[in-house]
Design a protein around this ligand. Structure first.
Ligand code: AMP
Length: 466
């Protein structure tokens, strides 16, 4: 297993074609990220790869660059409907973004690429395949459709990449992926990327890979994205006002807001629009064209806020998202990780704020337990709900629930209910904004043990700690 990375390596250390080097310089890619340092040499050597790497770690370039180099160095005429490389991605957005990275870096390589996904007409995709194409990036369903209709064959595939395999699992795509794998030639290179490795993903990897190079990019402080995380205890019926306050008073320039339901996303975007905050919604009920429009508007800064369901928690690579706001906490820790990973990308800092009402306290507990860290509480705002904070303390330390100290807080919630509700600005770059009250809520589990483990310090730095 390879986990060692070096600080002194540049892309010039790799044996890339001149055209690829030029494209890297043009795109300001000088120093490879850890996953790139580990994956690129192995892929260039023709090895299979099994890589665990977090979202935002630079894994797209880790597989795209060696792929382009290998295809470019053995030139072949692109064949009609018979690509040489296939990249499978779980969502249309991710497939589109991977294809963009391919296009960016292959400009001078005379390689052709096409993207294939559902939700849009097939015509353009079929035409692209007919013209002849070297690299296809696809979501599994549409790929199988086009294969079934004989527009596409996988018998010439030299390299297959499976990206975000764990997400494929979440979305129920594993049977489709297995069907696709059965169509691949025996002789091939297979690259497998997944943020996490649950058992079915490991089994899928075993089916796809031959003697893979195992790459694990550990989350060291240097590689962890600089995400300043906070939880805000608020009453459910005050979330809208609290959100409006954040979006108008906290200096947010580009915010991604997550809701749990499509209906919720639609309604919230409408509400923000009515209150003079430019926004759009992104979820599975929208047509692909409408989704692309919303993403483009967000990307170009035409709207300040994108309200999305978890469909957007992976794969969206929009620069400079300064705030990710969990309007509703997700039920799974995985989703939390992927949502907050939309900020602090490419070495930048960002803020992840999570609203938590009383009904969401159990989800907060699960997330903190799975992340093995406490999310600092921001209580220094006018919507702080002391009753919810108390519920969190109680949930963290069930035996303390009956103590009179906790009961005192009940009922003093909401905008004017907290003793500590001085209206003030939250300054993301100053993690010490975590208040004593907040710390007390977060510490409920076992103050002594937490101190011994140095938890306060890690959480206080606002680092994403996993
Ligand atoms: P990814 O994890 O592949 O989605 O990449 C996250 C972001 O980091 C993207 O915006 C990439 O363009 C950027 N990026 C990836 N690798 C590098 C690198 N070596 N140098 C500069 N930016 C990079």
């Amino acid at each position: 297993m390879n986990t060692e990375t070096r600080m002194d390596i540049t892309f010039q250390n790799f044996d890339f074609d001149t055209e690829l080097r030029q494209a890297l310089t043009k795109e300001n890619f000088h120093t490879p990220t850890p996953v790139q340092q580990l994956a690129i040499p192995a892929a260039l050597a023709g090895r299979d790869i099994l890589a665990s790497a977090q979202t935002g770690s630079g894994k797209t370039a880790a597989f795209v660059l060696p792929l382009l180099h290998r295809l470019g160095s053995i030139r072949k005429r692109p064949e009609r409907g018979r690509p040489r490389a296939l990249i499978l991605a779980p969502t249309r957005e991710l497939a589109g973004q991977i294809n963009e990275v391919i296009t960016t870096f292959s400009r001078n390589l005379r390689l052709t690429a096409a993207v294939v996904y559902g939700g849009v007409g097939k015509g353009g995709q079929i035409q692209a395949l007919r013209r002849g194409v070297d690299i296809v990036t696809a979501t599994p369903g549409r790929l199988l459709d086009l294969m079934g209709e004989n527009y596409l064959s996988l018998d010439r595939i030299e390299t297959i990449v499976l990206d975000e395999a764990d997400r494929m699992l979440d979305m129920g795509f594993i049977p489709d992926v297995k069907r696709i794998i059965r169509e691949l030639p025996e002789q091939r290179q297979s690259l497998f990327f997944s943020a996490t490795m649950p058992q079915p993903v490991v089994a899928l990897a075993a089916q796809l890979l031959t003697d893979p190079e195992r790459i694990v990019v550990e989350s060291t402080p240097e590689t962890k994205p600089d995400i300043n995380q906070h939880v805000m205890f608020v009453e459910k019926n005050q979330k809208r006002d609290a959100l409006r306050m954040i979006l108008t008073e906290y200096g947010s320039y580009r915010a991604l807001v997550f809701t749990r339901t499509k209906y919720g996303a639609r309604n919230l975007a409408k509400y923000l629009g009515k209150n003079g905050i430019s926004s759009d919604d992104l979820h599975g009920d929208k047509s692909q064209n409408a989704r692309t429009r919303a993403l483009t508007a967000f990307h170009r800064g035409k709207i300040q806020v994108l309200v999305a369901t978890d469909i957007a928690s992976r794969g969206i690579d929009v620069d400079d998202i300064d705030h990710v706001i969990n309007y509703e906490l997700p039920h799974e820790s995985e989703s939390y990780v992927h949502r907050i990973g939309r900020t602090a990308r490419a070495g930048k800092a960002g803020v992840a704020l999570s609203f938590c009402d009383e009904s969401e306290v159990p989800h907060l507990m699960t997330i903190q337990k799975d992340l093995r860290s406490e999310i600092p509480v921001s209580a220094d705002h006018p919507f702080h709900a002391a009753a919810v904070a108390s519920a969190a303390v109680a949930a963290a330390a069930p035996r303390r629930q009956s103590s009179p100290g906790n009961k005192q807080h009940r009922g003093r919630s909401g905008r004017n209910g907290s003793a500590n509700n001085r209206p003030s600005r939250f300054t993301p770059s100053r993690p010490e904004r975590t208040t004593d009250r907040g710390r007390a809520a977060g510490r409920g589990r076992s103050a002594g043990r937490d101190q011994a483990a140095g938890r306060g310090e890690t959480a206080g730095r606002g680092r994403f700690n996993r």
